[in-house]
Ligand binder design. Structure first.
Ligand code: HEC
Ligand code: HEC
Length: 322
């Protein structure tokens, strides 16, 4: 038993290291495990949603504000419409509080030297952890980052003689709401723009990596700690191997600091009532912003969430055995 406990702790510690990214990893592997899901492994992005990072953002670092802009996008996120290479993209770039200053420096240096090598100025210096630290202290919001980008695009445009500024993007009322998520949006809309990229639009997940959230997690809310587990997994993230319905999944569920308490309540209520209607107990009540607020003050780490899940699954097993 002692050995098992040790093993469990070791596994959790690994999950924690992966989740909290406190250990130093090389820029490319940070990219592969955090960024490639949207920007694609080759950095070429996806039409209409995820802009390319390859052969594009290297141009920014020739400008004085370009370095800071790139650090700010990772630190504070961005939303609303942008244009890149003649195409439009509209999606949410999440902020990355879970990456250390050194991680952000390393992943950006990889994006620049690995995916934009032919666009870098001759005097290019790697992004440093100190630069990241200085930017992060500014606590900007996602709307401000969009404005920074507009200014850069304008500078680049005047440099090449093209009028590349995008007044549409500046005027877009969706930018601050989508990026900073301060405004109330409906649960389904939050799901589509934040969760569907991994759990899929129908909530059925993807084999081996993203577990289903449809016809699955509704079972958990029969138990009191099942409700809090669901709130915690969205608030603090989770990593490591999990089992569901006879299949195994191993991936990273990011934490969602950028969603308000009300947003988390709404998206979970959508997942439960919209994607798990048949599994809910008859006395089910929507998840409230107050419940979310109470959980979030606990500041749990992602290893603890994995343990919470194990005990909910055990309760389900015990109930089925009766
Ligand atoms: C959930 C999807 C998603 C993930 C994961 C993601 N991004 Fe993004 N990223 C986006 C979207 C969407 C945008 C464009 C935002 C907009 O339209 O306002 C973007 C924009 C950017 C930009 C600005 C591009 C430009 O042309 O100005 C950079 C740089 C960037 N991301 C880097 C990263 C890095 C590095 C990571 C990993 C640490 C990462 N992204 C992870 C979705 C994502
Ligand atoms: C970058 C991919 C990704 C995104 C985006 C994402 N998830 Fe997850 N999610 C995962 C992974 C991977 C797991 C399983 C983690 C593990 O294996 O430990 C998970 C687990 C979960 C679970 C627990 C499932 C269970 O059976 O215990 C819930 C609930 C959940 N996610 C909800 C959401 C919601 C709601 C959102 C949007 C706010 C979201 N996820 C966004 C990857 C993602």
């Amino acid at each position: 038993m002692a050995r098992l406990t040790w093993l469990f702790t070791a596994v959790c510690a690994l999950a924690l290291a992966a989740g909290a990214s406190t250990a130093r990893a090389d820029g490319k592997s940070i990219f592969v495990s955090n960024c490639a899901v949207c920007h694609q492994p080759d950095g070429k992005g996806a039409p209409g949603v995820y802009p390319p990072l390859a052969g594009s953002v290297g141009r920014d670092v020739a400008l004085k504000d370009g370095r800071n802009y790139l650090i700010d996008v990772l630190s504070f996120g961005m939303g609303g419409k942008i244009e890149s290479g003649g195409d439009s993209f509209e999606g949410d770039m999440p902020p990355w509080p879970q990456l250390s200053d050194q991680d952000v420096a390393d992943v950006l240096t990889y994006v620049l030297t690995g995916l934009n090598s032919n666009l870098l100025p001759a005097n290019f210096k790697p992004i440093s952890a100190d630069e990241v630290k200085a930017e992060r202290a500014k606590q900007l919001n996602a709307a401000a980052i969009h404005t920074e980008r507009d200014a850069l695009v304008k500078e680049l445009g005047s440099k090449t003689g093209k009028a590349a500024a995008s007044p549409v993007a500046l005027a877009s009322p969706a930018a601050p709401a989508a990026g900073a998520s301060t405004a109330r949006a409906d649960g389904k809309g939050i799901f589509v723009s934040n969760c569907a990229v991994c759990h899929q639009p129908d909530g059925k997940g993807a084999p081996g990596v993203y577990p289903p959230v449809a016809d699955s997690v509704g079972r958990y809310v029969v138990f009191k700690d099942g409700r809090t587990y669901l709130i915690d997994v969205v608030s603090f993230g989770m990593g490591g191997k999990i089992d569901f319905g006879g299949d195994s999944y191993e991936g990273e569920m990011p934490p969602w600091q950028q969603l308000s308490d009300q947003n988390v309540a709404d998206v979970l209520t959508y997942v439960l009532t919209g994607l798990n209607p048949k599994l809910l107990p008859s006395d089910f009540k929507p998840i409230s912003a107050d419940e979310v607020k109470a959980e979030r003050t606990k500041r749990l780490n992602s290893a603890a969430i994995h343990a919470e899940r194990d005990s909910v699954i055990k309760e389900l097993g015990d109930k089925a055995a009766k």
